[in-house]
Design a protein around this ligand. Structure first.
Ligand SMILES: Cc1cc2nc3c(=O)[nH]c(=O)nc-3n(C[C@H](O)[C@H](O)[C@H](O)COP(=O)(O)OP(=O)(O)OC[C@H]3O[C@@H](n4cnc5c(N)ncnc54)[C@H](O)[C@@H]3O)c2cc1C
Length: 302
């Protein structure tokens, strides 16, 4: 039961049901210019009143510090803040220290993610000798070091590049049993892929809420980068719609946002518990997309 003084966690909000959540992912700034862009984006998106925001995590020491500082700032403004954590190039002692830093900073939500090798999602994973083999073990570590934390994990409607539909579902159940309360998906473009992942996980008796991760296409070049970065293949029918307007940058952006809004509506109609927008630290596309979705599906947000 929620104590009267504690702000409800994401798990509490999801368990309460009745309305859908919306949330934004940001990246910690790497330069002065990035700092300006990030705060401009958070200022512009704050009026949309997100249920939570999350801050991604890089693979080396300075990036870790940036994630911590950025998360500390976000949580100090009253935003429900999820700090990402990955096991890349870190020993158990480093991970324990980072979780303790999150706990000391009042960051009670952690997205426990394995991370990728420098070559991206398709490069075979090699764990450090003093590190962890996968995200399930990271969930256990977070649970041990920060018992109060509300833990999220990653999920893959398009199948993880090193996984399979059944293995992905099994791993998600393992992460739930290890202590995760919710999952956020990698970006994807076909609503049915999310529904099938949910079905497979429910068939294994696991109730973990799976929040779709959404990124609209805003430029033609992005289509190839999705595959390089996330291992997500953009379906032919999506590419074909963008192809029709590929010489007109504004039209590519408009079509990309319209397609993302269609995907969001299909997901909400299929029962998605919320939408997590990958903002890339820019506010305009996310603002337009969320406004479009809210217009098309009013009354879902409470
Ligand atoms: C919402 C979201 C946020 C992300 N944020 C970040 C971020 O901030 N920083 C970053 O660097 N990356 C981030 N990523 C990318 C992520 O690091 C990669 O997608 C990574 O390849 C998988 O991470 P995971 O936590 O799902 O790994 P895991 O759950 O460990 O699974 C990855 C693969 O490992 C294998 N595996 C795992 N457990 C088992 C098992 N028990 N038995 C057999 N095989 C197993 C499987 O092949 C599986 O497909 C994010 C991804 C998502 C979905």
């Amino acid at each position: 039961m929620t104590s009267p003084t504690r702000k409800p966690t994401i798990a509490d909000l999801l368990a309460a049901g009745g309305r859908r959540l919306h949330s934004f992912e940001f990246m910690p700034p790497r330069s002065e210019e990035d700092v300006y862009r990030l705060w401009s984006a958070t200022d512009a998106l704050a009026p949309l009143d997100p249920d939570f925001i999350s801050v991604t995590y890089g693979a080396n020491g300075s990036r870790r510090d940036r994630t911590l500082r950025c998360s500390q700032h976000m949580v100090s403004t009253g935003l429900r803040t999820v700090g990402h954590l990955t096991a890349v190039d870190q020993g158990v002692a480093d991970l324990e220290r980072m979780v303790a830093d999150y706990a000391d900073s009042g960051i009670d939500h952690i997205l426990a993610i394995r991370g990728d090798m420098p070559g991206g999602a398709t490069e075979p994973w090699v764990a450090r000798a003093d590190g962890l083999p996968n995200a399930t073990e990271l969930v256990k570590l977070v649970r041990r070091v920060h018992p109060e934390a509300c833990i999220g994990v990653g999920a893959f409607p398009d199948t993880h590049p090193a996984g399979s539909p059944d293995l992905d579902a099994r791993i998600l159940v393992d992460k739930y049993e290890a202590g995760a309360s919710f999952a956020i998906t990698q970006l994807f473009f076909v609503a049915d892929h999310w529904s099938r992942l949910v079905e497979r996980v429910r068939a294994l008796g696991c109730p973990i809420p799976i929040i779709p991760g959404i990124m609209p296409i805003t430029s033609y070049g992005q289509i190839c980068r999705f595959t390089e970065l996330a291992g997500t293949v953009v379906p032919d029918e999506v590419v074909a719609r963008v192809d029709q307007v590929k010489d007109d940058k504004a039209a590519v952006r408009r079509v990309g946002i319209e397609m993302a809004a269609e995907l969001c509506c299909q997901l909400l109609d299929a029962g998605a518990p919320g939408l997590h927008y990958f903002t890339l630290n820019r506010s305009r596309a996310t603002t337009e997309l969320h406004a479009m979705v809210t217009r098309l599906r009013p009354g879902l947000w409470g």
